[in-house]
Design a protein around this ligand. Sequence first.
Ligand SMILES: [Zn+2]
Length: 339
Amino acid sequence: MAKQNIIEQAESKQPQLMQHFIHLMTTNRLSHAYLFSGLPGCGKRAVAQVVAMRFFCQTPNADGMPCGHCPECNRIMAGDNPDVVTVEPDGQRIKVDQVRYIKDEFAKSPVEGATKVFIIEGAETLTTNAANGLLKFIEEPVANRVIFLLTTNKSMMLATILSRTQIVEFPSLTAKAFADDLRQHQISENQIPLLNGLTNSLEDAEQLIADDWLAHCQHELGRWFNQLAKRDDMAFVTVQTGLMPLASDRDHQAVILDIIVLLWQDMLQVKYLLGEAPAVFPELQTAMAKLAQSLTRQQLLAILTAALGTKKALAGNMNIQSILETLTLQILDELKPKD
Ligand SMILES: [Zn+2]
């Protein structure tokens, strides 16, 4: 898949917001200060950059979007236009000298174009002092300055900033846009449906694949499922030898339980809704199809209900090993022929 440029990213991730902002611009109704709030990777920066490109683009398209290939568009995509000031946290936070830089730039007139655009990522990491310093600019609109504060954690923003900016909540990505984004980040094709089922945040996805944790998890849960499908008591041993080493902390424990639910939902798909949704576990489809033939609706529902209950048990501070062992025994019990 070819790398998407910023315009393609913005259009794929946030088609409605993108249209909305282009409409505001072409009708001269853009405000001077926005707070973009949303998950990491949901397209906040791309939308702000496309707005910036639209200010400078020499040949905008008929639909109002910047062209994406004139010299001005290219300069902004390369981060090379002095009138588009972009700042992101240096380490954990936006540093004092970065705030000074923003203020200095704010005080200067646009160098080339008619407008100066400020894009400040990680705005929640501004210190109270720094945020108060910027407030002055936000409170008294200066002609030809547009500021975009971007945050993944609106609850950490000062109330004074929240009340003086137009807050735009960025919706989560659609499954398709998120899958495209994962592909852009070279995430393996056989992990995409599963990641799509688990999260909507690129940051979370990257944490899950770190150190091959997700790949190991897929492998061990695949083994566990195959053993269950054969009514093999070894599934109980796999909990201890395969799954427990992956359940090192609360977050990973919760994800394992989420994956188990997705696995049995996949099974439901195989039995009743063949092909309507992409399989989360393509490599288990054959085993699932075989098991589906011998499984009654009651059995499948009983297993799903047990799987869905595990998250509650974890929240109730039950030990993960007990949760997984109990579930395994319940499933084995459900699957074995009754006397
Ligand atoms: Zn252009």
